[in-house]
Ligand binder design. Structure first.
Ligand code: GLA
Length: 391
């Protein structure tokens, strides 16, 4: 899905001149490997056909005196935010009207920390990545910003380094202690491939999405349970506590036997979290191997086991998500379905035969409405490429 109006045109309408750069970064969906990136595990995301685009040009000469600032026009909010580009610009409270610009501030700070000065500029920001749907709208904004700033400053930055810079922005400017998956996916994914990312070594492998007759159906429950942010940090801390108890740097380094043997000392919560992480890493490796062997029928049971583990052991699902997965799995043509992203809202990722996707989507939407009185939103996508500068 492209912006309603080409972003170059929006820039010209707003600022009365043409942009010099257009940077585009996609959202992502994770097929399997949930809540394991911050434990050094394997994840298997893909970039989706939803993008954040930024068109920009240097500020006019009369705005270049004094400390450098950027004007950011958000098409979603239909308003401009002005941000400082100095190395010391701090984040504003997330709930502030310009709280969303913290992602941009954080990326600017990352360039400053690398000794790169960002000159004054004007930008239009447009996004088709749904907010709060677990599709990494924030990573898309960070990665689009970093791609833009690399072009604008002439500071070449390797893709993994760019992803790290963006993750740091999320940690320090949005206060979310996320792993590296989302920023890597938005940066490194390739068309018609999933990205097998080893979050410990940061080695990557492009895994071909071999079936042209299969699409990825993304559903948003349109619920967001309030404790999602705090609960994410709690889960991460619990995993770190379990790893420390087991005497390893991260849960990636332990086997299921070790977790079982340490059950009593881990305590009930630590044990469940560690079991989820260890089994989910194994499922992700198995799913990547299945895809590589063109063994798609193995994916359904792996996705089902992943969902059960996230629901019962990791406890990041909710009734609405469980229902959506159950409805999806009951539809003809569905290969597999599971909760994707952080949980507590968002929705499932479902692999479905393209020819049956519309019927499956309609049946899921109807079942959800009948059982919850709520509307879900659905769309299909194929894997697309990561961030780019438009020519
Ligand atoms: C969020 C985080 C990711 C990852 C997922 C769960 O999307 O940003 O780093 O931890 O949750 O897999």
């Amino acid at each position: 899905m492209q912006p309603q109006q080409p972003i170059r045109q929006l820039f010209q309408q707003h600022y009365g001149r043409l942009p010099q750069w257009v940077a585009v970064a996609p959202g992502r969906v994770n097929l399997i490997g949930e809540h394991v990136d911050y434990c050094g595990g394997f994840v298997l995301p893909m970039a989706i056909e939803r993008f954040t685009s930024i068109a920009a040009a240097p500020a006019p000469a009369d705005r270049c005196a004094g400390p450098a600032r950027a004007r950011l026009w958000s098409t979603a909010l239909q308003r401009t935010v002005e941000i400082q580009l100095s190395a010391t610009a701090a984040p504003v409270p997330t709930a502030a009207a310009d709280g969303w610009a913290n992602y941009v501030r954080g990326v600017v700070a990352g360039f400053s920390a690398r000794g790169v000065c960002v000159p004054a500029f004007d930008a239009v920001i447009d996004s088709t990545v749904p907010l709060g749907g677990g599709l990494s709208s924030s990573a898309a904004l960070e990665v689009a910003t970093a791609t833009l700033l690399a072009a604008m400053t002439g500071h070449a930055i390797a893709p993994l380094e760019l992803a790290r810079l963006c993750q740091q922005a999320e940690h320090e400017y949005a206060g979310v202690p996320c792993g590296i998956m989302d920023q890597c996916a938005s940066t490194l994914c390739q068309e018609d491939h999933l990205l097998l990312l080893d979050c410990r070594s940061l080695e990557t492998k492009q895994v071909p999405f071999t079936r042209p007759d299969v699409v990825v159906l993304i559903t948003n429950s349109n619920v967001r349970h309030e404790h999602s942010c705090g609960a994410y940090a709690e889960r991460r801390a619990e995993c770190e506590r379990a790893a420390a108890l087991l005497g390893v740097e991260s849960l990636r380094a332990v086997t299921l036997e070790q977790v079982e043997a340490a059950r009593a000392s881990l305590g009930a919560v630590g044990y469940r979290c560690a079991r989820h992480v260890v089994t989910e890493i194994a499922r992700t490796v198995a799913a990547a191997a299945a895809l590589q062997n063109n063994n798609w029928s193995a994916l359904g049971p792996l996705m089902a086991a992943s969902h059960a583990s996230l629901r019962d052991d990791y406890k990041v699902s909710c009734l609405e998500l469980d229902l959506l997965v159950e409805l999806a799995c009951a539809q003809p043509g569905v290969i597999g379905s599971r909760l994707t992203g952080g949980g507590f809202g968002g929705g499932p990722v479902t692999l479905v035969e393209a020819a049956r996707a519309a019927a499956a989507a309609a049946a899921i939407a109807l079942g959800y409405r009948l059982q919850t009185g709520r509307e879900c939103t659905l769309f299909t996508t194929r894997p697309v490429g990561g961030a780019r500068l438009e020519p």
